[in-house]
Write a protein that binds this ligand. Structure first.
Ligand code: F0G
Length: 467
């Protein structure tokens, strides 16, 4: 294994202190949070890998752009700049700003979904699934068969086009409200989709006359993988690849808190004029006037710069390699991971590491708790706590396909010594893994239960790794 990753392609201009609380204090705070990691405060955490969403560091150019924010209610110059940027990068006619990805989902699904209609996706992210269900739709996933394989294959985020086509034939295209491609595919490990797969999915949608949209929070990271791993694209720029990707879809919803390199923001972009008008009617009701959509002018300025910076080749090359470097370290510490590492996170296979903890007792949560207690590190469960529960169609208890724990890397925030430190904590957890026990839910909401549920440790004494 290599000793270190190439050094960061940036230097630090502003610092934010972080502090590791004593171990006993971490135990107290986690108990107080009912073992739900989302209920901890930022100040309780040493290294926060809960999400790569809205947690990135802005560049000096973005901080400078922030001062240019035009806070005019209607027709702000900051919006015009943002609209031009989004049009140039993604190539669609209309741009609807909104405050984050799930508000884009809410607007789209409220406007187009009829009760009982299907939304088909390579894999829904939790808020996309939640928003579909909330509007009475039925979200179904069509991940490619390789997504479940242990082999480090490229493009494991792909859509299973054969199953997708069969499903549409069997149910009839009028039953399908929309096909969505999540790029990169967050829920299967931040794995990318290939250009070939995007084109194939697009052709199926065109054949059946079904709208085809991207959920494109991490479009630039996806474009990097296409450049690196798809032979025909080695010599194309990230911007050219992005243009080609988006020429295949009818529109997109973006959480710009990821590859917008901003702390807040999102948008919908599309060509359909009639739908644009319907969406903006609702936008005014729930988000704001169409030239700000719930954002400040300064946010729109920051996004206009960030969307371009996210497509910088050197930045992407470092970032994707940093995720890989971290993954190699975690694997060397003895924790099985999803391979290859994807664009934004290392996904640990808690099901494999802790086979004695059944899915119904959330092995991913046990590992998440262990990382907090051992290292003050916050990760998140991506398994049956997030995706399990009573199935709306069958009425039976359903479990996630894999019991994972995600460690997401905020963009441009942590250096490689932070990741080396976490790998040391991982070694200690692996040494004490037989002592880890499961959890049960003692209170849960109807939607997105992992965010706010309360948990109980099945064995308080043994839940913590004792080193
Ligand atoms: N789509 C994808 C693929 C996402 O990963 C997210 C958010 C959203 C939509 C919703 O966007 O947070 O701006 O409302 N993902 C974050 C994560 C929260 O941690 O993976 P949002």
């Amino acid at each position: 294994m290599r000793k270190r990753q190439p050094a960061e392609p940036y230097r630090i201009k502003s610092v934010e202190p972080i502090k590791l609380l004593p171990r006993e204090e971490r135990v107290v705070r986690l108990r107080r949070a009912n073992y739900n990691i989302f209920k901890l405060d930022g100040a309780d955490i040493y290294i926060d890998l809960l999400t790569d969403s809205g947690t990135g560091a802005m560049s000096s150019r973005q901080w400078a752009a922030l001062m240019l924010g035009d806070e005019t209610y209607a027709g702000a110059s900051s919006f015009r700049k943002f609209e031009k940027t989004v049009r140039e990068i993604f190539g669609k006619r209309f741009v609807i700003p909104c405050h984050q990805g799930r508000s884009a989902e809410n607007l789209v699904f409220t406007t187009i979904l009829e009760k009982g209609k299907f939304v088909l996706n390579n894999t829904h992210f939790d808020t996309t699934k939640g928003n579909t269900l909330h509007k009475g739709g039925i979200p179904l996933d069509f991940p490619c068969p390789e997504a479940d394989s242990d082999d480090p294959l490229p493009f494991k985020g792909n859509m299973d086009c054969i199953r997708l086509d069969e499903f549409i034939h069997a149910r009839g295209s009028e039953q399908v409200a929309m096909v969505i491609m999540t790029i990169t595919n967050n829920s299967v490990g931040g794995q990318p989709v290939s250009m070939a797969n995007i084109k194939e999915t697009s052709a199926i949608c065109r054949k059946h006359n079904i709208p085809f949209y991207f959920d494109c929070a991490r479009f630039a990271e996806n474009a990097f993988f296409i450049k690196r791993d798809e032979a025909a694209y080695h010599d194309k720029s990230i911007a050219e690849i992005t243009t080609e990707m988006f020429s295949c879809c009818d529109g997109a919803m973006m959480s710009a808190k990821k590859d917008g390199l901003a702390n807040i923001g999102g948008f919908i972009t599309l060509d359909d004029e009639e739908l644009y008008h319907r969406l903006t009617e609702l936008l005014i009701l729930v988000e704001g006037f169409p030239t700000y959509g719930g954002l400040a002018g300064r946010d729109l300025e920051v996004l206009s710069v960030g969307l371009h910076e996210a497509m910088d080749y050197d930045y992407l090359d470092f970032r994707i390699d940093q995720v890989k470097y971290f993954g190699e370290k975690i694997k060397a510490a003895g924790i099985p991971i999803v391979e290859p590492t994807g664009g934004h996170a290392v996904f640990c296979d808690a099901g494999k590491l802790l086979p004695r903890i059944p899915p119904g007792q959330f092995p991913g949560q046990s590992l998440t708790v262990a990382f907090y207690i051992e290292g003050g590190v916050r990760a998140t469960e991506i398994g049956s706590l997030m995706f399990g529960g009573i199935d709306s169609e069958t009425g039976k208890m359903a479990y996630a396909p894999r019991e994972l724990m995600r460690m997401a890397l905020p963009r441009r925030v942590y250096t490689n010594s932070h990741f080396d430190y976490i790998a040391e904590a991982a070694e200690k957890i692996v040494a004490g893994k037989d002592k880890l026990r499961g959890f049960e839910i003692i209170r849960e909401p109807v939607f997105l239960r992992h965010f706010t549920c309360d948990l109980k440790a099945l064995n308080e004494e043994t839940v913590f790794v004792d080193t």
